[in-house]
Design a protein around this ligand. Structure first.
Ligand SMILES: CC(C)(COP(=O)(O)OP(=O)(O)OC[C@H]1O[C@@H](n2cnc3c(N)ncnc32)[C@H](O)[C@@H]1OP(=O)(O)O)[C@@H](O)C(=O)NCCC(=O)NCCS
Length: 182
């Protein structure tokens, strides 16, 4: 499929099946859904301890509107507890070259980690990429202990290292892995 055709199909699938606010998964009081405009300040408040400014989440919303990004938000009983992003044009050169969509900037609030929320957000991201015709999805993880939960989780969910070693970034370097969806 040509690049333009793929982009057109993706835009159609996102518009018709995954519009803003679409519920992707639900279990008890936990809902995993696509971002809506009003989430930006809620995300900034929920993750204030990470020092991420409102402008970052407002930017995410703009990129959801223009099609560059899909932001997935986890909400428990009305409270934001996590988020993850799919970016279609990865900043990691091998993914960018091969057109591999990347799960990027994923976080669960500290007190709700290791309760299955991240696993559900990754499942939702995979479902969206698959529905958009993606055969492979990628993810990166920092190499420092700050990312320890993610370092353990991703291989268990089927993400296999791309074997390229450490990619230098401003946060101390990251490794990348992919999972086949088809
Ligand atoms: C990485 C991160 C997004 C994962 O989200 P999460 O909600 O903690 O993920 P999950 O709960 O689905 O899985 C994490 C672990 O909890 C375990 N778990 C899931 N449900 C559980 C439950 N009910 N009881 C006990 N353990 C559980 C998972 O099996 C996994 O365990 P493991 O250590 O054996 O691999 C989150 O931990 C986080 O924000 N970390 C800091 C920032 C970060 O590293 N972001 C990723 C950057 S790439």
């Amino acid at each position: 499929m040509a690049d333009d055709e793929r982009k057109h199909m993706r835009a159609e699938v996102l518009r018709t099946r995954f519009a803003a606010g679409t519920v992707l998964d639900a279990a008890g009081t936990l809902v995993i859904r696509r971002m809506v405009a009003g989430d930006a300040p809620l995300l900034a408040a929920a993750f204030a301890d990470m020092g991420k400014p409102l402008a970052q989440y407002a930017g995410y919303w703009r990129e959801n509107v223009d099609g560059a990004r899909v932001t997935i938000v986890a909400v428990d009983a009305g409270v934001v507890v996590g988020y993850a992003n799919i970016i279609w044009n990865s900043g990691y050169p091998p993914f960018n070259r091969d057109g591999v969509p990347e799960i990027n900037d994923m976080n669960t609030v500290t007190v709700r980690r290791q309760q299955g929320i991240g696993t559900r957000m990754i499942g939702a991201a995979e479902a969206i990429v698959r529905a958009c015709g993606g055969m492979v999805i990628g993810i990166g993880v920092g190499i420092t202990p700050d990312y320890g939960i993610a370092q353990r989780l991703y291989p268990k969910l089927g993400y296999v290292s791309d074997g390229m070693g450490v990619f230098d970034d401003p946060w101390g370097g990251a490794t990348y892995a992919t999972k086949r969806l088809a």
